[in-house]
Design a protein around this ligand. Sequence first.
Ligand code: NAP
Length: 374
Amino acid sequence: MRHIGVGASASSPCTVRVRPCGLAPPLSPSCVQLQQLVTFPATPLERHARTAVRTTRASPPHRRLDPVSREHETKLERLAVVTGGNRGIGLEVCRQLAAQGIMVILTARDEKRGKDAVEFLRHECNLSNIIYRPLDVLDDDSVASLAQHIESRYGKLDILVNNAGVGGVVVDQDGMRALNIDPHTWLSGAAANLLEGVVLQTYDGAVKCLNTNYYGIRRVTEGLLPLLKQSSSGARIVNTTSLRSELKRMPNKKLREELRDAGSWDEQRIEAMLDEFLEALRRGRLEEEGWPTMLPAYSVSKMAVNLYTRILARRLPEMRVNCVHPGFVRTEINWNTGVITTEEGARGAVKLALLPHDGPTGCYFHQTELGIAW
Ligand SMILES: NC(=O)c1ccc[n+]([C@@H]2O[C@H](COP(=O)([O-])OP(=O)(O)OC[C@H]3O[C@@H](n4cnc5c(N)ncnc54)[C@H](OP(=O)(O)O)[C@@H]3O)[C@@H](O)[C@H]2O)c1
């Protein structure tokens, strides 16, 4: 898997090139039809789960053999992996999935942080169907080791929530607090000028950001794909994106039009775009070339995540692959400037992780609603 070396020039050769996407069938029409929908009703699985939990608690053991109980047991056997599960939105996604009866593997790159998070969910939230496994999304061996563990214990994976992410900027936190930027200014992008003095986009920070947010998602997804293909319920992949990825925020008109034509992109073309971005950053030409100036690497990394989501959805029609902007959530990634809780922010990812078989695929969600990124 490609991994851009920190300090490398944009023209540095990659370690491994991933083969380009082959000819892929068009996106599921359900995705287009659903663009008008506002929210999704509870899935049959969710409705059954609620009934099933009530039934199981209130019923004698033999009742567990009725159809509702069987469906509940099927649901209990579903297995999810969440990346960056030790804090923020990822931790809450783990909690909400486990509370729905899903067996959750909470992954984190730091063993203590990961194990502490699992202990917290077990003891504070009374959830036993959750375990910790190490995973650094930047590390091939770490992904391979997780895949091996799942293969030997479970033989399949049903849900992958690619949540881990970094902002990739250096921040003067006191200066940031002093600015006291209101949420509207943040979300509209109007904060870009204000942030100039307190947020620094370094080249190395940009490389780390692209490696984590885009190449990290690819590394984990490709490493776990053979297991996702074994899911009898049709796997769900949820990629965490951001409203910074919305194409209206891309000043370069030509690139914006090209990005809009998502069907013509493959991984090689995404890599070429990211290399061009890094080269522009290295030469100090981001503004002249029309790249986003507010959190530049972060914005471009999430545009790449959206494109990759569409590529995967085309290539894996048996799965449901979507990306979600969680909302402006109060977490460390935005120096706790967000305005909604992790409980609210996790709902979109959980919804997409539990989509029914005929749910949308290849779509962008703004929290729990279909959104428009392209
Ligand atoms: N908060 C928002 O308003 C907002 C808005 C749009 C999108 N998002 C997206 O939501 C996702 C979660 O962010 P958050 O808000 O919950 O931020 P957060 O609290 O900073 O959490 C980020 C998580 O990613 C993990 N991580 C970073 N690099 C990793 C790596 N190499 N390997 C494994 N894990 C790694 C972190 O682990 P460590 O603890 O080890 O650093 C942490 O668990 C991100 O993808 C972010 O871009 C957030």
